[in-house]
Design a protein around this ligand. Sequence first.
Ligand code: F6R
Length: 246
Amino acid sequence: MRAHVFPDYEAMSTAAADAVAQSLEEEPSTVLMLPTGITPLGMYRRLVEMHRTEGLSFAGATFFNLDEYLGLTPDHEASYHVYMKENFYGLIDADPARIFVPDGTASDPEVECERYEAAIAEAGGIDVGVLGIGRNGHIGFNEPGARFDSRTRVVELSESTRKINAADFEADRAPGRAITVGMATIFASSAVVLLASGTNKAGAVAAAVEGDVSESMPASMLRNHPNASLFLDEDAASDLGQGVAG
Ligand code: F6R
């Protein structure tokens, strides 16, 4: 796993957008896996700008989102369907037939997870997986303890994640369950780029990079990946090299 430290959030976001753009330029039918949250917003803004001003096309690409809350309709304002439409898919030339976001309202969520895994396989697997990281080290909604051999499934969110994500909801906590792409599904991506910004990610970043490779720190799994990169701003990198216990 290679860590790249950029001076600030904008520089990190530009580098992330450049990495995605490069894969699209080399292979227009690239299969991308994408996160939501605060961290990737700068990357999406830059990719939209590249689409508008530099002719970057996404028309041949396939998109899989990492996760969605269970129980939220695709038009719920806090759903990841709406987030992606407003911040990315609705602003580029993506083919709607090749946009996949887990259906949080599926009558049988287990079947939905199997369908999602099958769709990824059908697309030929993920070429580039872009990830954020939770303060507890989660990737997708794979919370600490998620098995490295897990596939797309229904998960319980930790109390800390529900509180951090509460800002998107009227309640004081986010929904308790979600569908997430699994750890093994992420690991099978040909390339992974994990983005982290801000001092509140520094502890998780240091533990993932310098602590044990352990299911209690999901992002540490990427250390065993042959082509995983960390794109960090200086704040997110600020605990690196200071010694990490576990
Ligand atoms: C969201 C996702 C999560 C986030 C993580 C960081 O689709 O997969 O793992 O990437 O919770 O979120 P932010 O960027 O809001 O700090």
